[in-house]
Design a protein around this ligand. Structure first.
Ligand code: PMP
Length: 358
C-alpha cells in the first residue's frame, strides 16, 4: 500500500500533520470557536432569495473583483475604508495563505508568537515560508519591548499577530502593533478573527491603517457573523497590498454564490450580530464560574476561554465527550479551551464539569 511517505512530496512537507480539530457529531460542540447560534430565519430567507437570483446566472463566471462584496465589507468596517482597501477570500485562512504567497515563500520567514492559531504555522509550511517563534510575556501578553526585541532578533519578512489571540483570548495593544511595525520593513498582519467579541471600545488595528502601507488587518465572517459554513474571510490594507493579492489569487476564487450570500448577510448586519452580546455574556459567565469549580481562567476578549488547573486535559476531554460535549485540547499543559455557546450549551458544559471530579 502506498502511503504519503512513498510519494515524491516536497521535502519540507514530509512528516507534517494537517490541521486536526476533531470533527465529531456531538450534541454540544464547543470546540472550534463557532458562533453556535443559527442565523435568524428572516435573514436566512433573504440570503436564499439572493442565492436564487445568483444561481440563474451561474453559467457565467462571477465578478472576479467582487466589487459589491468589497463595498459591503468596507461599509461594515468603517474607519474611512473603501473598496480599494478591502480584499476577500474563502475564509480568512485563504486570506492569510494569499498573504504568505505574496510576501512569504521560500527563503522568507514569518514570525509568530505561540501559543497562537495553529493554522498560522501550517499556512507557513504550505507556502514554503519559514516559521520562527517569538515568546510572550506573563499571561500571554506581548509588550511593545518584547515584540521589538523579537523583530530585531529575527528580521522576519512577515509578522503574524493575533488579537484577540486564539487560543488564549488575550488582546494585543495598539502600541505593540505600532512598535513592531516601526521595527520592521516587512509586512505586519493582525488576525482579528474575533474582534467583534472584544469589550466595546477595545481598539482595533483598523485604526492604525492610515499611513501604514505594510499593515494588514484580517477579519472573518465565520465567528461573530455566524457564517462559518459559507467561508468568507477578508482583510483591510493599503490598496497596493490588495494589488499583491491579485497576483496570487486564482481567478474567480470567490464563487457567485459566496458573493451573493455574503452581500445579503452584510445587508442585515445588526440582526447577524445580535447574538454577540449574548455570547459575551456566556463568555463572562465561564470566566466567573470556572474558578468556582477550581479551575484557573485566562482573561478573554473573545468567544472562548482557555482554562487551566486541569490535572489530565486528555482525560477530561474524553470524559466530556462521554456526555456528548466536545471542547478543545490544544496540548497546552494543564489547559483546555471551551467556546462560549448558547446559554443552554454553556449551562450543560458547566453542569457536566461540576459533576466530574477534577
Ligand atoms: N484566524 C483565527 C485566529 C481563527 O481562530 C480562525 C478560525 N478558527 C481563522 C482565522 C480562520 O477562520 P476562517 O477561515 O473560517 O475565516
Amino acid at each position: 500500500m502506498t502511503s504519503l511517505a512513498d510519494l515524491p512530496i516536497r521535502d519540507d512537507l514530509r512528516g507534517l500533520t494537517p490541521y486536526g480539530a476533531p470533527q465529531k457529531s456531538v450534541r454540544i460542540a464547543l470546540n472550534v470557536n463557532e458562533n453556535t447560534h443559527p442565523i435568524p430565519e428572516a435573514v436566512a430567507q433573504s440570503i436564499v432569495e439572493a442565492l436564487a437570483a445568483a444561481i440563474l446566472q451561474v453559467n457565467r463566471y462571477p465578478d472576479r473583483e467582487f466589487v459589491i462584496l468589497r463595498d459591503s465589507l468596507a461599509n461594515y468596517l468603517g474607519h474611512g475604508l473603501t473598496r480599494d482597501n478591502v480584499w476577500a477570500a474563502n475564509g480568512s485562512n485563504e486570506v492569510l495563505q494569499q498573504i504568505l504567497q505574496a510576501f512569504g515563500g521560500p527563503g522568507r520567514t514569518v514570525l509568530g508568537f505561540p501559543p497562537t492559531y495553529s493554522m498560522h504555522s501550517i499556512i507557513a509550511s504550505g507556502t514554503g515560508t519559514r516559521w520562527v517563534e517569538g515568546t510572550r510575556d506573563d499571561e500571554y501578553r506581548i509588550s511593545p519591548e518584547t515584540a521589538v526585541r523579537w523583530v530585531t532578533e529575527t528580521s522576519p519578512d512577515v509578522i503574524f499577530f493575533c488579537s484577540p489571540n486564539n487560543p488564549t483570548g488575550t488582546p494585543l495593544s495598539l502600541e505593540t502593533i505600532a512598535a513592531a511595525y516601526d521595527a520592521t520593513d516587512g509586512m505586519v498582519v493582525v488576525d482579528e478573527a474575533y474582534a467583534e467579541f472584544a469589550q466595546d471600545g477595545l481598539p482595533t488595528a483598523l485604526s492604525l491603517l492610515a499611513g501604514r502601507e505594510r499593515l494588514i488587518v484580517s477579519r472573518t465572517m465565520s465567528k461573530a457573523f455566524a457564517f462559518a459554513g459559507a467561508r468568507v474571510g477578508y482583510m483591510a490594507s493599503h490598496p497596493s497590498v490588495t494589488d499583491a493579492m491579485r497576483l496570487v489569487r486564482l481567478p474567480y476564487h470567490l464563487s457567485a454564490l459566496t458573493q451573493a450570500a455574503a452581500v445579503a448577510a452584510l445587508a442585515h448586519t445588526p440582526e447577524m450580530l445580535a447574538m454577540v452580546d449574548d455570547i459575551r455574556t456566556q463568555r463572562d459567565r465561564l470566566l466567573v464560574e470556572l474558578p468556582k469549580l477550581g479551575y484557573t481562567v485566562h482573561d478573554s476578549a473573545s468567544n472562548f476561554v482557555l482554562f487551566g488547573g486541569v490535572s489530565d486535559p486528555h482525560a477530561l476531554f474524553e470524559r466530556l465527550l462521554e456526555d456528548d460535549i466536545i471542547i478543545r485540547d490544544l496540548s497546552i499543559e494543564g489547559h483546555l479551551r471551551v467556546t462560549a455557546g448558547t446559554e443552554a450549551e454553556t449551562t450543560a458544559f458547566l453542569d457536566a464539569l461540576g459533576r466530574i471530579a477534577r
